[in-house]
Design a protein around this ligand. Structure first.
Ligand code: DX5
Ligand code: ZN
Length: 221
């Protein structure tokens, strides 16, 4: 049996009831809170920033998995460490000196993640894979929740899993975008370790049960 981590994306939460929604995630079998930060430049949308994450941190005890969709993320590594991020994921496409960025994240005691847009080939990670803790494969174009899953993702997961094996690396594979109970098993069978889900969880009638269903589906029980 695999042990898939489920990371509900708070982007789909009701911001008028953020405390309630964080407490819902806390009371569920979810493993991480997924927190999407967008700057309106790297992606065509702006989500939320530091004051909101500070509020999230007040009610969250589970790890904060912060996904930065911003240009030049090095500027904020210290800030996110202070905000209590447990993992900090930056985009391959947004980092000129990715190796330096990854080392700087780890130096602050956080897990270092690298995210790939749908068009970015996993082989570009060949020379960094042994340094990263998490690779986040975007299964939609970043910027918005509620988009439909890109089917080419399965092939990317399999190729990335191969690369990780070949390089004797230990990076976990995280999938973000359009994840539902329908594709969860296929994703973990291909090699996914962490599933992010926003709309599928928060727009459902019983989100605590939906998180459980997703985990059971993902683990193939
Ligand atoms: C998209 C974000 C995702 C998003 C996923 O840019 O990175 O985390 O919230 O939302 P769903 O699960 O609705 O596709
Ligand atoms: Zn995300």
């Amino acid at each position: 049996m695999t042990k898939t981590k489920i990371a509900p994306s708070l982007l789909a939460a009701d911001f008028g009831n953020l405390q309630r929604d964080i407490e819902m995630v806390e009371s569920s079998v979810a493993d991480w809170h997924h927190i999407d930060v967008m700057d309106g430049v790297f992606v065509p949308n702006i989500s939320y920033g530091m004051p909101v994450i500070k509020a999230i941190q007040k009610y969250a005890t589970k790890p904060l998995d912060v996904h930065l969709m911003i240009i030049d993320p090095d500027r904020y590594i210290d800030t996110f460490a202070e905000l209590g991020a447990s993992s900090l994921t930056v985009h391959y496409e947004a980092c000129t000196h990715l190796h330096r960025t990854v080392q700087a994240i780890k130096a602050k005691g956080m897990k270092a993640g690298v995210a790939l847009n749908p068009h970015t080939n996993i082989n570009l990670l060949e020379d960094i894979i042994n340094d990263v803790d998490v690779v986040l494969i975007m299964s939609v174009n970043p910027g918005f929740g509620g988009q439909s899953f890109i089917e080419n993702t399965y092939e990317k997961i399999r190729a990335l899993k191969e690369l990780i094996k070949r390089k004797n690396a230990s990076a976990l594979i995280e999938i973000d975008g359009g994840v539902t109970a329908k594709n969860a098993r296929q994703l973990t069978a291909a090699g996914a370790d962490i599933l992010v889900a926003g709309s599928f969880i928060f727009k459902s009638e019983n989100p605590v049960q939906t998180i459980l269903d997703l985990k059971i589906e993902a683990d193939g029980n």
